[in-house]
Design a protein around this ligand. Structure first.
Ligand code: NAD
Length: 260
């Protein structure tokens, strides 16, 4: 049902974690990729990993900071110059920021997190949607979080930005459905990527692995999610098989966000 032959997909945050996992899944199904990240090293590692798994894959890499609208415009233009269309967009680059009570969170930290997680997602949508509206087709998946649909605590910037991503998704989903474009968000729970490893190290230092076990002990599935599980969901949502799913926010968290 899912076929990415001749499909072009742009992925931000493609140099690590969930972006890399989605890229791998899409490349294995024949998709052409433009990976965007501010880490050139990460991008090169992703490209190598993809080519090892899918030697025929076409993988372009673009270094860009998603907080800079000119650089966002450039990665969209690069994709149009190279491939002439954008079928799918995984609008995913994000950071967690430091963990702290709201009063101690820090205004600079708040601005930094919102700038990447919310402004970056908005700029991406703004420039990709122009292309997709003109084409009359396309799918976008924005990365929100369980922290975008529930209160988690100690994450003012993250919570504000990810709730913002949910709002943008719902707003633009109802605007662009009429143009043949679907826009959804995913809300991952704890998925073991470098971001979560960093967060556990922030909380527990050298004991981060034990802290991780403790953290997932309350999850209905008693484990972290795997990046490839999120990658497969994104590959489905960006495919023609999911065309009538629109303006939705889909948790992928082992059921944790429904548990009280
Ligand atoms: P990660 O740190 O492994 O990957 C994030 C990537 O984004 C990195 O390659 C980084 O270089 C890139 N990036 C960061 N800021 C950027 C910027 N300004 N411009 C361009 N690239 C930038 O983290 P991940 O876990 O793969 O996270 C991906 C997304 O998923 C994020 O939006 C994150 O908030 C979200 N998320 C992750 C989890 C989880 O448990 N891992 C849970 C919920 C949501």
């Amino acid at each position: 049902m899912i076929n990415y032959t001749d499909k072009v997909v742009v992925i931000t945050g493609g140099g690590s974690g969930l972006g890399r996992a989605a890229a791998l899944s899409i490349a294995k199904q024949g998709g052409k990729l433009v990976l965007v990240d501010m880490s050139t090293k990460g991008l090169e590692e992703s490209r190598n990993e993809i080519l090892a798994a899918a030697p025929e894959a076409q993988v372009e890499i673009v270094e860009a900071n998603v907080t800079n609208e000119e650089e966002v415009k450039n990665y969209v233009q690069f994709t149009m110059d190279k491939f002439g269309k954008i079928d799918g967009f995984f609008n995913n680059a994000g950071i967690e920021g430091k963990q702290n009570l709201t009063e101690d969170f820090g205004s600079d930290e708040f601005e930094k997190v919102v700038s990447v997680n919310l402004n970056g997602v908005f700029y991406g949508m703004k420039h990709v949607l122009k292309v997709m509206k003109e084409q009359g087709y396309g799918s976008i998946v924005n990365t929100a979080s369980v922290g975008g649909i529930r209160g988690v605590g100690n994450q003012s910037g993250y919570a504000a930005s990810k709730h913002g991503v949910v709002g943008l998704t719902r707003n633009s989903g109802i605007e662009y459905g009429q143009f043949g474009v679907s826009i959804n968000a995913i809300a991952p729970g704890a998925i073991m990527t470098p971001m979560v490893e960093g967060s556990l190290k922030q909380l527990a230092g050298d004991d981060w692995e034990a802290a991780g076990k403790e953290f997932v002990s309350v999850n209905p599935m008693k484990r972290f999610g795997k990046p490839e599980e999120v990658g497969n969901l994104v590959a489905f949502l960006l495919s023609d098989a999911a065309k009538f799913i629109n303006a939705s926010v889909i948790p992928i968290d082992g059921g944790q966000s429904y548990k009280y």
